[in-house]
Design a protein around this ligand. Sequence first.
Ligand SMILES: Nc1ncnc2c1ncn2[C@@H]1O[C@H](COP(=O)(O)OP(=O)(O)OP(=O)(O)O)[C@@H](O)[C@H]1O
Length: 329
Amino acid sequence: MERNTGNGVSIDEQALRNALGEVAGDRLQTVKVADDTATVMLEVGGLERLDRDKLEMAVRDAARKAGVGDLRLGMTAERKSRVIIAVGSGKGGVGKSTLSANLAVALHRLGRKVGLVDADIYGPSQPRLLLTEGRKPEAEDNKIHPIPSPYGVPMLSMGHLVQPGQAIAWRGPMAGNALGQLIDAHWGEVEIIVVDLPPGTGDVQLTMLSKHKPAGAVIVSTPQDLALMDATRAIGLFEQGKVPIIGMVENMAGYICPHCGEESDPFGVGGAEAAAKTMGLPFLGRVPLDMAIRRESDAGNPPAAGDSPQAEAFLSIARSVLAWLDGKR
Ligand SMILES: Nc1ncnc2c1ncn2[C@@H]1O[C@H](COP(=O)(O)OP(=O)(O)OP(=O)(O)O)[C@@H](O)[C@H]1O
């Protein structure tokens, strides 16, 4: 609709909306024009102050160029606050890091703004999995900036803060402080942070539960009884800390032969699903033991970013996690 302004300039409401949309994107909510005044509402939830100021300046500039004499700019922060999803396991080597990286990438593919924190101080592997090895985060206002990965998921790892091997000696408060630096970083628009915890139930997990309160936890296990017993311990830790368990994932279930594609079950299959059922927990899905997952992960190509059947396994788990999260909010 075109409005005749007091100074004789006509402002087309749709044209103004388009011009402001160029600089504000989906943060532009309402645009109303009356005489030479435009009333504009922006959604600024999750933006840091500096970014909010930049957005405001850009919108004011665009409105002035579009002929607006008096701009009344309102801001709301409706965007839901950031949540943490912790990924834990009872023991090492069950594929917790692989699952965390692929879950983050899959959540991003499903349209969410996702970040990844690698809190595994004893063996940080996320920089390799998401191709950010050797990068050092920059600091601003006493906080560090996450490192963008090629898969749309910004990330921070203990491996970005220290030289390889150095973190092993960390205990107690030092490990907790390092975790704090990774979580309280400049995450900007990120709405979900996936945290890859170290295996077991040590200092980092306790800090995570007491200081950073995840919205929920995903527990990864292989199908064998022993791994499942360890997983039960990890579940107990989260339950004690009053962190809800989103569900269990069974990894390395069923071996897909790289030559003939036939499936066999070296570690058994279905153990984690049965254990989840016994404990009254949701089962989020199963990822097969597949050489392609190992090969691609080691090469920094998370399978969840591609179109293979493995990608679908991770996407399906991510859908279940989102359904849980959205049902909760
Ligand atoms: N489904 C799978 N199929 C084949 N290989 C896998 C699968 N899941 C994980 N792996 C491989 O198993 C190894 C261990 O996986 P990963 O590092 O994710 O485990 P983790 O539980 O995080 O171990 P840690 O606690 O020691 O960091 C890696 O080499 C990884 O590529």
